[in-house]
Ligand binder design. Structure first.
Ligand code: ADP
Ligand code: MG
Length: 247
């Protein structure tokens, strides 16, 4: 009997923009409940890799598998329904709407009637909405307009919106970017709590933060995987030092 495949696998994943290989021959194997961090210099292809994994960008070559299902090219919506949630670096929330309304939009409890006009299905929060708000520290901000939140809270709201869909795999692009030290600490705690229940892929620069949250790091360099290993392995690796950490 074959072993169960990992939750997320890529084989030879490649995308070229014109002739430029932004992501090149990437083989990833992410285990259930793993929290994997991707590091690499600006332009290394980190965000494009997440774009490929969530279906926003189509690969030029290679495959993406979610467990035993080939999800290559099935489209962004189908991948999201399949259980992959993506949070972008810049929060994309409705600032004129409350925290609860944003969560309701994320859990499809609002229908978009036309641009900027939504009809609400029901008023109160669901158990799931309460749970994700609790988890992300937003319980007492449910009735606040999103535009009134701090930068850190906005990032958490977007994470809460992703969580409200209960994704199996969560893709996060620099979730602690621009946060205060206290907010960064809270984000580290939150990510550690999410791993296990979910599988989490995080792009992150701050090695102190990376050390706190993960066991295995993947280093991208010019679109390819340069190294994979623990923070200790990575920080001793001459190729990584030359390409990234030494700069
Ligand atoms: P990172 O997130 O590691 O900083 P990106 O994935 O954003 O890097 O970009 C990797 C490379 O691909 C960069 O050289 C960038 O300019 C290029 N790139 C990204 N998206 C596109 C695009 N849509 N069209 C052309 N080039 C792109
Ligand atoms: Mg990026």
């Amino acid at each position: 009997q074959a072993a169960t495949p990992p939750i997320l696998t890529t084989r030879n994943l490649t995308v070229r923009f014109d002739d430029f290989p932004a992501v090149s021959n990437v083989d990833l194997s992410i285990e259930d409940g793993e929290l994997r961090v991707i590091i690499g210099a600006n332009g290394a292809g980190k965000s494009t890799l997440l774009d490929l994994l969530c279906g926003k960008v189509l690969p030029s070559e290679g495959e993406i598998w979610l467990r035993d299902r080939n999800i290559t090219g099935i489209g962004e919506a189908a991948i999201a329904r399949g259980g992959v949630g993506r949070k972008f670096q810049t929060p994309a929330v409705f600032k004129e709407m409350t925290v609860l309304e944003n969560l309701q939009i994320a859990s499809n409890r609002y229908v978009k009637v036309r641009d900027n006009l939504f009809r609400r299905f029901s008023r109160g929060p669901t158990d799931r909405e309460l749970a994700v708000a609790e988890r992300t520290g937003l319980s007492s901000f449910m009735k606040r307009k999103a535009g009134e939140l701090s930068h850190g809270q906005l990032q958490w709201l977007e994470l809460a919106m992703v969580l409200s869909q209960d994704p199996k795999v969560i893709l996060l692009d620099e979730p602690a970017a621009g946060m205060t030290a206290a907010e960064t600490d809270k984000t580290a705690e939150l990510l550690l709590a999410l791993a296990g229940e979910h599988t989490v892929l995080v792009i992150e620069h701050d090695m102190a933060f990376v050390r706190r949250i993960c066991r295995t790091i993947t280093v991208l360099h010019q679109g390819s995987v340069l190294a994979e290993g623990t923070a200790d392995d990575i920080e001793k690796n001459p190729a990584v030092i030359e390409a990234y950490l030494g700069s």
